[in-house]
Design a protein around this ligand. Structure first.
Ligand code: GDG
Length: 442
């Protein structure tokens, strides 16, 4: 996402406003202005209580699981929710001083849903857009989260809400109609509480040309050399995900185990490399996940491995982008099987990184937003281990001709809807909205 936004900033002038990711005992209420790499940043620290309640708490332990349909993992607390609102208010007060009357304000992701509702009472009538990077769940699922009606009410203070897929847009529109009695108007516009909002899908893309270049000419790297040497004639299967329960890493390992159990001739012939950089390690559910994945990994490698062959290679450190691109290109198969995902950029990066003459095969979950666009992938239900195991077998056996046809069907649409298309489409749509005229009480 950061790569995508940096791209947008090269085209449009702007200030990037946000949290430094750091905590301070007494953070300044004024943002620190930093110029770096041709961009201007306005950055704020938070207190450790803010980080606990706002970031680790409501955003990552309540909103994130609910939005990913994991209602059972969602842990709502009123204190966390109050912290979420408090930090959004702090951000709004600092940001309001930087915004000029003609500026467009583009807000990103679920940490900042109430930001427009906090900015409006400060007198901002600017066009404010919000892009939601993660899934927007069905209204019945969102409705399980306490505070969700307030969240929907605060959404109405944006002029434009962008989501990844038409499925997400439909879910949000239905929630606004059901919970706020919103009235649908022309073309994706709904009215409620005397306000108007446009809800539309803008599938995020990647910088396809740059990724192709990097993959074709990677920087020399020790790990790449070792991987190539270690593979020998074996085929490589790759998975790349933040270590997150939404990504289905444990389930994927079990599907691969199924594949090895039902295709004995493949033992020793393939290697599955899972790159899973640790994330949100302060959130207890992520600790549990890490333990589960390690146990599954140990069991599979212990029971199926042989001297000289480890079925699954697993790394939790983050690799440089150039190495990642080269590994994608080396892999005959990519396993991208999230249980839910707004889009999933790894799927797009894998396709972009392939050698056009010898492309690999993408196995993609039907619950990733990317499945709406990448129809040349083998589309699977990640809950069905047998189906995923069969897809692995089919991908490894797939003829050269079919691999090329499938890849060609995906690369064109990826190029047409790259990251520049995404940023431009969103900003043009935002600029085309009508400014609000209502005044808000202070
Ligand atoms: C959210 C939504 C939506 C991963 N490991 C390494 C590394 N990565 C990079 C990948 C990719 C990015 O991180 C992950 O993007 P995803 O889209 O797969 O997933 P989230 O982080 O959950 O992102 C998602 C996205 O926002 C954008 O809207 O698609 O649905 O959940 O770019 O390459 N990069 C490097 N080393 C690693 O080890 N350099």
């Amino acid at each position: 996402m950061a790569v995508a936004l940096r791209e947008a900033f090269q085209t449009y002038q702007g200030i990037w406003f946000g949290w430094t990711g750091r905590v301070a005992a007494q953070p300044s209420p004024e943002p620190r202005i930093v110029d770096k790499g041709g961009m201007q940043y306005a950055l704020m620290d938070l207190t450790s209580l803010d980080r606990q309640e706002y970031y680790n708490g409501f955003a990552n332990r309540a909103l994130w699981p609910t939005m990913h349909y994991r209602v059972g993992l969602s842990d709502f607390s009123r204190a966390d929710y109050a912290g979420y609102l408090r930090v959004n208010r702090t951000f709004a007060r600092a940001l309001a001083k930087l915004v000029l009357p003609s500026d467009l304000v583009w807000v990103h992701d679920y940490h900042l849903i109430p930001l427009a509702a906090e900015l409006r009472p400060l007198g901002l009538t600017n066009l404010i857009g919000y892009f939601h990077h993660i899934p927007w769940p069905a209204p019945e699922v969102l409705g399980t989260l306490p505070g969700s009606t307030d969240i929907l009410r605060s959404i109405m203070d944006f002029n434009l809400v962008g989501v990844q897929t038409e499925r997400d847009a439909d879910n949000l529109r239905r929630a606004l109609i059901q919970e706020l009695n919103a009235a649908p108007q022309k073309e994706d516009v709904l009215d409620a509480d005397g306000k108007s909002i446009c809800v539309k899908s803008f599938p995020i893309g990647i910088d396809v040309i740059d990724f192709q270049k990097v993959a074709a000419r990677p920087r020399p790297n020790r790990i790449l050399g070792q991987t190539i040497a270690g593979l020998g004639s074996r085929k490589l299967i790759i998975g790349v995900d933040r270590l997150d329960y939404s990504k289905g890493i444990r389930q994927r390992m079990e599907a691969y185990e199924h594949f090895l159990a039902s295709n004995l001739d493949q033992r020793g012939q393939v290697t599955y490399l899972q790159i899973a950089p640790t994330s949100r390690s302060e959130v207890p559910e992520y600790e549990t996940l890490s333990r589960d994945v390690n146990e599954t990994l140990g069991r599979i490698n212990g029971s199926l491995g042989e001297p000289g062959w480890v079925p699954i290679q697993y790394v939790t450190s983050s690799y440089p982008r150039s190495l990642l691109a080269a590994l994608y290109r080396l892999a005959r198969v990519a396993l991208v099987t999230p249980m839910r995902d707004g889009m999933n950029l790894v799927a797009k990066e894998y396709v972009a990184a392939q050698d056009p003459l010898h492309p690999g095969v993408l196995i993609l979950s039907k619950f990733a937003g990317a499945a709406q666009q990448l129809t040349g992938a083998l589309i699977v239900n990640p809950n069905d281990k047998l189906e995923v195991a069969e897809a692995i077998r089919d991908a490894l056996r797939m003829s050269h001709k079919e691999r090329v046809i499938r890849w060609q069907s995906m690369i064109g649409p990826l190029r047409d809807r790259d990251v520049s298309w995404w940023a431009t489409a969103f900003l043009e749509e935002l600029a085309a909205q009508q400014r609000i005229t209502a005044t808000y009480p202070n």
